[in-house]
Design a protein around this ligand. Structure first.
Ligand code: NAP
Length: 257
């Protein structure tokens, strides 16, 4: 994938991996549009990256996706790259959790339904471009779950599967389908949890992770697994029970408390 002169939509681009993708892609001469739910966060991103376009839009809401699509078709008909990055991750203890049934599955709406719906809406526009790409940001946890975050991991495993199918369905088009499966990366999302759950995990800086992603895009490496994400995929095949046990320690602590 050519990494300059594209027009790129990044969902969830006001912080973390999405923001760093926007920063590095702007520096390489791309037009970048970022979305997010929080206007203040978007405004702050714009202060740091004055060349980006910010649009308030929730990837988990169908109405927002429709409005975003109309705005992009009108203002950026040349859009040729969609990066489905927006995502949330929550620890959920099924013994004690008191969320409503609607809230319980919110990660599915944002992390899985969001990319599927955005792909469906933007595909005609992407297919009309001479070069185009869809990037789905999954996780190393797509390959083996971290049981303290059961719904998050289920969405990432499903997004991995969806991306594989989509790549096959689009093989005769100009739209390249990438999966970026980050390892633990130093962003606000990672900092939400219990620090003891990260014991022994090597955490990548967001700059290094996105730099690795850029190299992968340039080489048309369609499943990019920086750092420990690669080990997680390898271990999920070589020693699946061992690696699941390793990732289950936080649940063991939860059950003991
Ligand atoms: N950090 C890691 O260790 C790691 C590892 C593997 C995979 N990932 C994946 O990488 C992606 C980015 O994660 P991150 O670590 O950068 O997270 P982050 O630091 O929490 O940033 C996520 C961004 O997405 C936005 N966002 C969240 N929900 C949204 C929604 N419904 N619609 C639009 N924007 C939304 C947030 O802004 P608002 O709150 O303002 O909407 C925020 O700007 C996620 O898909 C995550 O699962 C992260």
């Amino acid at each position: 994938m050519n990494l300059s002169k594209n027009t790129i939509l990044i969902t969830g681009g006001a912080a973390g991996i999405g923001f760093e993708l926007a920063r590095q892609l702007c520096r390489r001469g791309n037009k970048v549009i970022i979305t997010g739910r929080d206007q203040a966060k978007l405004d702050s991103a714009l202060t740091q990256l004055p060349d980006v376009t910010i649009i308030k839009s929730d990837a988990g809401e169908i109405r927002d996706i429709e409005t975003l699509h109309q705005r992009i078709v009108r203002d950026f008909p040349e859009l040729n790259v969609l990066i489905n990055n927006a995502g949330i991750m929550r620890d959920i203890n099924f013994h004690k959790d008191e969320r409503s049934l609607e809230d319980l599955t919110r990660e599915i709406e944002i992390n899985l339904c969001g990319p599927i719906r955005l792909t469906k809406k933007f595909l005609p526009q992407l297919k009309a471009r001479p070069e185009a790409a869809i990037v789905n940001v999954s996780s190393g946890l797509a390959f083996v779950p971290l049981p303290i975050s059961p719904i998050y991991c289920a969405t990432k495993a499903a997004l991995h599967s969806f991306t594989q199918s989509l790549r096959v369905q689009l093989k005769n088009t100009k739209v390249k389908v990438f999966e970026l499966a980050p390892p633990a990366t130093d962003t606000p999302l990672l900092r939400h949890g219990n620090p003891s759950d990260l014991k022994g995990v090597s955490i990548m800086s967001v700059e290094a992770m996105v730099t690795a992603a850029m190299k992968g895009f340039e080489k048309d490496n369609f499943e990019i697994r920086p750092g420990q994400a690669n080990q997680l995929k390898f271990m999920s095949r070589l020693a699946p029970e061992f690696i699941l046990k390793q990732l289950s320690r936080s649940v063991d602590r939860m059950l003991a408390s």
